[in-house]
Ligand binder design. Sequence first.
Ligand SMILES: Cc1ncc(C[n+]2csc(CCOP(=O)(O)OP(=O)(O)O)c2C)c(N)n1
Length: 327
Amino acid sequence: MPSIKRTKFKLSPEELLEMLYWLKLIRAFDERLSILVRQGKIRSGVYSGIGQEAIVVGTCFSLRKEDYICPLHRDLGTFLMKGVDPGVMMAQMFARTNGLSKGRDSALHSGVPELGIFGNTSMLGSNLPVAAGLALTFKMEKRDDVVLAYFGEGASNTGDFHEGLNFAGVQQLPVVFICENNFYAYSVPFERAMAIEDVADRAESYGFEGVAVNGNDVLAVYQATQGAIQRARAGAGPTLIECKTYRWHGHSEHDKPSYRTEEELAMWRSRDPLPIFTTFLEDRSVLTPEKLQDVESRVKQAIDAAVAFAEAGAEPDPADAVTDLYA
Ligand SMILES: Cc1ncc(C[n+]2csc(CCOP(=O)(O)OP(=O)(O)O)c2C)c(N)n1
């Protein structure tokens, strides 16, 4: 099995433009959400992923419906890429009955089994042993589907992280562990929580490959993920991909990130994944001004329609609060 660092996966011009569409859609979704929070329209906590879109797009692009994702609080874009309609996702954030959980949860814990989305819990890191369990099911059923499990660098200091990765390594499970290293766990900077430079190094102690990539380069993330997926489907076991990135907003929309400097933010904003990829496409004549306009108008239409759909949704009826609950 080739190393994940050496394999190259080709994308057609149409696929590259589709990648740009997703990057812009996910950015626009989070930007609109941020405005809606300030208008008092959103019931859920909002953990903006602005700045981290290349990880979502690079990892989810070309996934099969049968593959599973175990997303993080910052990964609303993964729901969209896995097939959740933007209107339904927006209604989820409005806590309306036309959202995923019909207005009955705080929005970030929904799963959609028919689309291969496993709902996350609030205990960070706890999705990793669950992801290993899902991957064990795939292995036992002799399916060549894979699980993508997302976590922050902060979560990689929990016991669940180590248990999940160890089990996946021992059992050679088809799971790709994706670390979104944005250098802050809430207000705690990376160097105050870890004595190593790369989270990717932790994979070695569980017997599989770990690789650190530029998480703001959608193609670097895509190449690494595709290599890891190919290996997982072929029975070669797990991979850890650490994507170095930065979140532009606070931990959540209610957090004013006074623990970091304006200079640091400005430096990372200059590494914005969107213009980096746009320039790449223009340089190769894949993107023309007309095509760019087409992508941007599709995005605007999708977001406007999503907000209209959410606003038209009914408020949940208190009588339904315990519907579908079981003990
Ligand atoms: C086990 C656990 N400890 C603490 C928290 C409180 N908490 C919520 S988000 C967060 C920061 C998480 O940082 P990271 O894992 O790096 O992900 P990021 O939010 O940066 O994407 C913390 C400490 C939690 N939800 N779960």
